[in-house]
Design a protein around this ligand. Structure first.
Ligand code: SAM
Length: 183
């Protein structure tokens, strides 16, 4: 990403800090780490929560097959418009709504979830509902991978998923990636 676009993203994220929960996009290391458990093969359905300006969406699209689909949820209309203008890929379906409404849009099974939504800003009930709904939609063996700046929400995932791993990504700031599997 160019310096101009990076500065634009930082400005937009900071301006909307109570929605984004971050001043910057996640690091390159995290963009790659959240893609390590994505499903391979044809006709997979992947769901992203918190698309932002689409940095992780791009990486997911690089990792999945040509016949798979990525449903990306984002509450900020301006961010959805930005991604519509900057990513031209038929596999990407942008949904301008919250992760808490995922089940209204996705009928069948989901093969993988990737999230960067700010769980620390959600009520306990909404956080648990998002995690439980995602678990219910996920196929056996599939992963929900979530990146956050703290490990405080890890317990909520451990309470619902069958097999969880916490990875610390060193940098400024430190980032955490939760890899949670439904067995
Ligand atoms: C920390 S930013 C991450 C953006 C980008 N994916 C990245 O990795 O840099 C979190 C994003 O989640 C969005 N968001 C906040 N609450 C949400 C919700 N309930 N459902 C979907 N997106 C949400 C914010 O608008 C913001 O774009």
């Amino acid at each position: 990403m160019s310096l101009k676009n990076r500065l634009k993203t930082t400005f937009e994220f900071s301006k909307n800090i109570f929605t984004t929960g971050a001043f910057y996009e996640t690091s390159r290391k995290v963009e790659l780490e959240v893609c390590t458990h994505l499903p391979q093969g044809d006709n997979k359905v992947i769901v992203e929560y918190g698309m932002g300006h689409g940095n992780i969406s791009k990486e997911i699209l690089n990792h999945i097959s040509p016949t798979s689909k990525l449903y990306a949820f984002e509450v900020k209309k301006e961010f959805c418009e930005h991604v519509r203008e900057t990513i031209d890929d038929d596999r990407l379906i942008i949904i301008n709504d919250g992760a808490q409404n995922m089940s209204k849009y996705i009928d069948g099974d989901v093969h993988g979830f990737v999230g960067t939504i700010p769980f620390s800003f959600f009520s306990k009930e909404m956080a648990k509902q998002i995690i439980q709904d995602s678990y219910n939609k996920l196929v056996s063996g599939g992963y929900y991978t979530q990146a956050l700046y703290t490990k405080f929400n890890y317990k909520k995932f451990v309470g619902i998923f069958d097999n969880c791993k916490l990875k610390r990504i060193m940098g400024i700031p430190i980032e955490y990636v939760y890899h949670c599997q439904k067995t």
